[in-house]
Design a protein around this ligand. Structure first.
Ligand SMILES: [Zn+2]
Ligand SMILES: [Zn+2]
Length: 478
């Protein structure tokens, strides 16, 4: 199976491309202070679009790799079936070898038996030979007696016989001479012939057994060769499976890499969206401040009276003195302190998903309170006071990648003046339950949590303003 240099190359190129996209995103974010919001959003939208395209390409690649893996998986399944078949054949051949081994043992036992009989027979023949030799000596004695009595030519021939067989060939003649001796010799010859026949028969049987043994050994050799071949086939199949599994692992590694890249891009997209959202909130905060400012001007008298009740030393210490005088920033002016603390605006949900502070050159003017199941949760007034601003009409109550444009990105929101220069703001509400001019007490439900305006998910954007300027709300909450 070939390696995939082209794919690896592609991965590398893709990583470089991602790096380039990220650099673009940072450059765009870094230049935010110098461009207007519209341009900034356009740059971001392009970046996100690039990332989405990249992700879609990755998903397609993952799908292709998974299809290849499925195909390889089915190859492996087939190879495993083949292996099962091979294993059955190997088992069968091993059984055959067992049978042949049993036969070989049997034959060897029989050969051993024959050899024992042959050995015994050889002993018998030897003994018979001795008997014959003894008989021959007696015969010779009688021949000597015959020799003494005349008939010398035949007797001398027999006495001078070189061996037993030579002598036997002459026994026919001797039998004519002596019937008594003839009977003796005939008996010996018969016995000897019988032994020889038995020996010949045993030799034949032994030869047959040896042939049989050779046959079985040949059979065993063939079976062993077959098993070796089957084992080779099995090993080849195993090697194939191992290679295919390596192919799967390699594809899985590629898929893991693509998925990690996509997760990284998801995080990048979320971050870009979050930054844009917070910038939109900041822009809306500025708009809300000027809006409230115009409202305040309409009902300036009552707040001025409240302010006059506070002592002048606190006024300067709060650092809000500059703003309180000109009335341009808006909100009631005062000491900037609040008797008791503000109460938590979303009871039951205490997680801050984004804190107060600067993000990429823009101020996130409040805190984002989020949490699972927070949608529809009650937003309560953080203190007693008067509702000074209500914005509603955004029906886009869901997480989004870009702003629906409602109310400068705040969606539905409420602003409450608590006196002493303190006011609070609650944004992205799914519903608002109060109206401008309405008095509310601390902890009274004024709205419910949603995801209207530019909001990537359900949360309450909560701001605290002192003499019109936002401050970190966490210092005012208990
Ligand atoms: Zn909207
Ligand atoms: Zn926020």
């Amino acid at each position: 199976m070939p390696d995939y240099p082209a794919l690896n190359m592609k991965l590398k190129i893709r990583k470089l491309k991602i790096a380039a996209v990220l650099i673009c995103a940072f450059v765009a974010a870094g230049s935010l202070t110098y461009v207007n919001n519209h341009d900034h959003v356009a740059v971001q939208a392009k970046t996100i679009s690039d990332l989405e395209d990249e992700k879609a390409a990755n998903e397609a690649e993952i799908k292709r790799l998974q299809e290849e893996m499925d195909s390889i998986d089915s190859d492996i399944s087939q190879a495993e079936k083949d292996q099962e078949l091979l294993q059955e054949k190997i088992n069968l051949q091993n059984e055959n070898i067992e049978i042949v081994n049993t036969k070989i043992n049997d034959i060897n036992n029989k050969i051993a038996e024959k050899e024992e009989k042959i050995n015994q027979l050889e002993i018998d023949i030897e003994n018979k030979q001795k008997d014959i030799d003894t008989g021959l000596e007696e015969f010779k004695s009688r021949l000597r007696a015959m020799y003494i009595s005349g008939n010398d030519s035949l007797a001398s021939a027999l006495v001078g016989a070189t061996d037993f067989y030579d002598m036997l060939s002459k026994i026919e003649i001797i039998s004519q001479v002596s019937k008594h001796d003839n009977e003796l010799v005939n008996s010996l010859m018969t016995q000897l012939e019988q032994f020889e026949e038995a020996q010949t028969q045993l030799d034949i049987e032994k030869t047959e057994l040896n042939a049989n043994l050779a046959e079985q050994e040949e059979c065993k050799k063939e079976l062993n060769a077959a098993i070796i071949e089957l084992n080779n086939d099995y090993q080849e199949s195993q090697d194939y499976i191992d290679r295919q599994q390596a192919e799967i692992a390699s594809r899985q590694a590629d898929i893991d890499q693509y998925e990690a890249d996509n997760n990284a891009m998801d995080a990048e997209i979320a971050e870009i969206n979050e930054i844009a959202r917070q910038q939109a909130e900041a822009a809306a905060a500025a708009a809300a401040t000027s809006q409230q400012s115009s409202n305040e001007e309409n009902s300036n008298n009552s707040y001025s009276e409240d302010d006059s009740e506070n002592d002048s030393s606190d006024d300067s210490a709060a650092g809000g003195g500059d703003n309180s005088g000109d009335g341009e920033i808006g909100g009631s002016s005062g000491t900037g302190s609040y008797s008791g603390a503000l109460t938590w605006p979303v009871p039951g949900f205490y997680s801050i998903s984004s804190g107060y502070g600067y993000r990429w050159g823009s101020l996130h003017a409040g805190i984002d309170i989020a949490g699972g199941g927070i949608h529809g949760a009650s937003i309560v007034s953080a203190g007693s006071g008067t509702v000074t601003l209500v914005k509603s009409g955004c029906s886009h109550d869901y997480g989004k990648d870009s702003s629906c444009g409602c109310n400068g990105g705040y969606g539905n929101y409420v602003m409450v003046d608590h006196g002493n220069g303190i006011s609070t703001l609650y944004a992205h509400c799914s519903a608002v339950y109060v109206s401008v001019g309405q008095s509310v007490s601390a902890g009274e439900t004024i709205a419910s949590v949603g995801s209207t305006g530019w909001s990537t998910g359900n949360h309450c954007h909560f701001e605290v303003r002192v003499n019109g300027s936002t401050v970190d709300p966490t210092g005012y909450l208990y």
